[in-house]
Write a protein that binds this ligand. Sequence first.
Ligand code: NAP
Length: 256
Amino acid sequence: MTGVFDLSGRKAIVTGANTGIGQGIAVALAKAGADLALVGRSAAEETQSLVQAEGRKAILVEADLSSIAPVGDVVSQTVEELGQVDILVNNAGIIRREDALDFSEEDWDAVVDTNMKTLFFLSQAVGRHMVEWSNQDGARGKIVNIASMLTFQGGIRVPSYTASKSGVGGLTKLLANEWATKGINVNAIAPGYIATNNTAALQADETRNRQILERIPEGRWGDPADIGGAAVFLASKAADYVQGHVLAVDGGWLAR
Ligand code: NAP
């Protein structure tokens, strides 16, 4: 790949890269030329093979991101093995479903800690690293957060998920405001309904599946590869003047 979308020589961290959207993003970044640090709590050998099949390097970094304990090690292992971090994709995330009247503190903390708290502190650790080298290397650091339709909408029976993904939208703007002059772009992607483990229950529910498809102008569930293209754009030079934006990749869901 050549030109403004070329990621040759860039080193990218993708969290939650063993499956779903994280895997789709990792493969897309590799196709564009990036080497990858695949970060997560489950084995990501399948994604590693897919990245290597593109001729790129992929290292495995084991980390349970339900707390911020591993964030320092994630950055230091990546720097040690790949040399630097140019791109961070904060993708790892979970969801818990329950009526707001019955929602537990445990389900609140688990989702907010993984989806929002760790996203912030990993961004901080990577941001500190990017600030150090960006002036020498000339290329801008890129942080891409994975938001949601519930960054814009309220949802139902998912209070901690809605709070966390709304928070991701706000943090994306805050970090862009603070770091734009420090050589870093911070943006987010809001996926629509993408066929992954996360949405398996919805896909299996005949009524919900039909209702969802009726509202999507493209009339289909998204594929993780659909998110990969947007991630390459936001990670590339093509997006050097894009800041604090939450890019919906939703087959038109929000346009309805
Ligand atoms: P998924 O298939 O369930 O993948 C979630 C990823 O996050 C997995 O790799 C998972 O690892 C990882 N993860 C969760 N908790 C973790 C932890 N404590 N430590 C390390 N890794 C952890 O779902 P997905 O749909 O691809 O979701 C990826 C992101 O997209 C999430 O942030 C989700 O909220 C967001 N999203 C998805 C959709 C959709 O329609 N699918 C729509 C909007 C936003 P394990 O395999 O070990 O659990």
